[in-house]
Design a protein around this ligand. Sequence first.
Ligand code: HEM
Length: 543
Amino acid sequence: MTSIIFPSYLNYVSLLIVIIIIYVTQYYYRYFTRPNPLPGPFPLPVLGNAHQRFGYEHIDWLMSLHKKYGDMYEIQLAGQRIIIVARTDLIENMNVPSSRTKYPIRNVITEDSMEYMKYGTSGAGISRNADYKSWKYNRQFVSQAMMTPGFNDKAVERTVVLWEEMESYWSKLGENKEMDFKKWMSRFTNEIMFEISTGVKNNSVASYYYTLPENNDSLNEKEKEKIKETEKFIQSLETFDRGLIYFFMFNKFVRHYVPFLRGQIKDFLKNRDYLFEKIYTIIRERRIEIENTPLDQPLRYDMLTSYLTANTPRDINVTKHADDDLLKPMSDSEVFDNLFDSLLGGGTMSNLICFVIYYIGTYPEVKQRLQQEIETVLGNDPTRPITSKDLDELKYCEAVIKEVHRHHPISFAIPRVNVEKDVVGGFTWPENTSFQMLYGAIMKSENYWTDPEKFDPDRFYKVEESDKYLLEKQHMKDSFTIWGGGIRICPGRKLATLELKCLFSLIYRKYDIEIANVKEPFKCRSGLLRVCKELIVKVKPRK
Ligand code: HEM
């Protein structure tokens, strides 16, 4: 018996060894004969360079490779070759703000990324869309919503109302209470974006307040259940964000067969299914609401209604297009992806808010100037209404946000893919090459910034009056970004800037925010984006 099994077992092993040898030989043959070889870490079959990232946050890993290999290097992740570029002359073609750009897409849509992000057809909507025509169709709706008259003032009004609600909870907690500011902010921005996108409130801020142990007892079981569900939704958005990097770093084989990783991937996919079903339910319910609204009654204006009625007899969108490609109704997966983008945008805002609060808390002179500016623009009465026009005048506040982002970027590496061959760094690259613009390095380079490690919002403030930052003045357009650039620039940038300035005005005209442990390192995590993990503060009324 043994003698029968043993040889066949040996045959399988030999076959496996032969397959592995062929695979490895092919892999390295392709690697050593790749066009335009660049410096970079040596990859392994199957893993690429993913194993070398262990122990690093993603930004720190890319920055350490930049230090070692220079302004143009390559890495391999999830079977893809990625060219990292960290000089303004290398990225200038990637941010051309014209439809004729050679770089109209951000990512090659791979089976790996789609396993995680797919709802319906692949890459519908905006941010994950790799089809120029389909992207243009979807992007017009978001841009249009943001340009609706009164959109900005309404966003400011909503922010003030929600702030007053949050302030009432804070005052109940007492001024000496330590709180995790990140948790409050992710609920705050989620509630704002949820309301802007769907026209209804989801009460994230109230839910968070009532999940705190000291407040939970005042609720009945049904209320507790509802709050639990809202909290689960917020947390699932954050978990989804955390999972993204795994699908960009590891190929399917590694994700599905490597122990430990396999379990994590399963959890991320389970979370994704819950989250997607939740969002799809919101869409389904709104669709039914629209169908049940009599034709002679107007529909409310919100982004979701705009998507659902686009190019249908109940279209609420004012701008009509002559281009035939833009005249179709939106598919379910497009509606889904567009709504999802806005909700993810809310999460991004909460991180930038926390970064700014942290820096203001550690630079008292910056806080003082910010408070002076707020008083100059809004006056001494903390109850004076705020308009979007007031917020436009807060130039120092804007400079602080920019300088914080230069030091602590959220989007530290922005991807681009060329659809035509292009010359970058003296090499000709075939179409469909994946690049990443390493802004984390560009925004700290001595080539473009005077004393780059110094935190000084003045480099963005009235720079025309000073020669100290002459170098920055000459390069800022290419060497700095919060919102990306070119045709794929963030469509939520105006809204996000207003939200941030509004919130900082509301906070700092009445309160000081004390960082609990200034001496401890700031708790952040970085996958594809850098996020704040925790920010413990005390909110104290200003003396
Ligand atoms: C502080 C908050 C935010 C930051 C730092 C941020 C940053 C960015 C960046 C860097 C990009 C990539 C741009 C590029 O590839 O050149 C982007 C794209 C995008 N952002 Fe934002 N964003 C924020 C808030 C928002 C909000 C509130 C929305 C909601 C409408 C939003 C919606 C989008 C969409 C839809 C895209 C994809 C654009 C496209 O592919 O055409 N973002 N954002």
